[in-house]
Design a protein around this ligand. Structure first.
Ligand SMILES: *Cc1c(COP(=O)(O)O)cnc(C)c1O
Length: 192
């Protein structure tokens, strides 16, 4: 089973998600995704064989006792899926931005956890450090949340930076400057 919350619309040549990125046939997995991240709506989906879907509809109590997504949300999700398909330039811009940001963060000496997605986790280990960094960055106009236990295992608190296709090069560069400043002040990295 793939929880593809971070992959839908973003990973893979045509934005179909993590399975496409790793060349896995969609029918070989139970593919769960959300409409709330790259697609910018709300709700989610499970894709798979007809028998799998029939099974889930008939046995998943939370699903059967929940209200279906309203038509406006379904229409917005469909419009977003059409954009994923018809405007691959958005993905190219996203990956160019991601490459630039990743290189800048690495060059300053921050420790990045292993990732292949445009969500970049800077490892800070202690929750206090992650919170201090996040606060310092917010003061400079960058909303980069601190992710701490129980969301991640103890000792692996981190900042999670989400870059998008619409960020400009200037915005990314000033984010790097702010990261360098906060990281130096809080002794996360050596002075540049
Ligand atoms: C965001 C997220 C979810 C939940 O998605 P919602 O649409 O907010 O319910 C599930 N799994 C992962 C890994 C996520 O990042």
């Amino acid at each position: 089973m793939v929880d593809d919350a971070h992959g839908t619309g973003v990973m893979g040549q045509s934005g179909r998600g993590t399975a496409e990125h790793f060349g896995i046939h969609p029918m070989d997995i139970l593919h769960m995704g959300t409409l709330s991240k790259a697609l910018g709506v709300s709700g989610g989906f499970i894709a798979g064989s007809k028998s799998l879907i029939d099974y889930l509809i008939n046995t998943s109590r939370p699903f059967i006792f929940s209200t279906a997504p309203p038509p406006a949300l379904a229409a917005a999700a469909l419009a977003a899926l059409n954009l994923v398909q018809s405007e691959p330039d958005r993905r190219s811009r996203l990956w160019a931005n991601r490459t630039h940001l990743y290189a800048g963060i690495q060059a300053m000496g921050f420790q990045l956890t292993q990732t292949e997605s445009p969500i970049l986790p800077i490892l800070l280990k202690e929750p206090e450090r992650a919170t201090q960094m996040s606060r310092a960055l917010l003061q400079e106009g960058f909303f980069i949340p601190a992710i701490r236990p129980p969301t991640v295992p103890k000792g692996t608190s981190r900042l999670r930076i989400t870059v998008t296709a619409d960020h400009t090069r200037e915005q990314i560069d000033s984010c790097l400057t702010a990261l360098g400043r906060a990281g130096t002040t809080l002794h996360v990295i050596d002075p540049i």
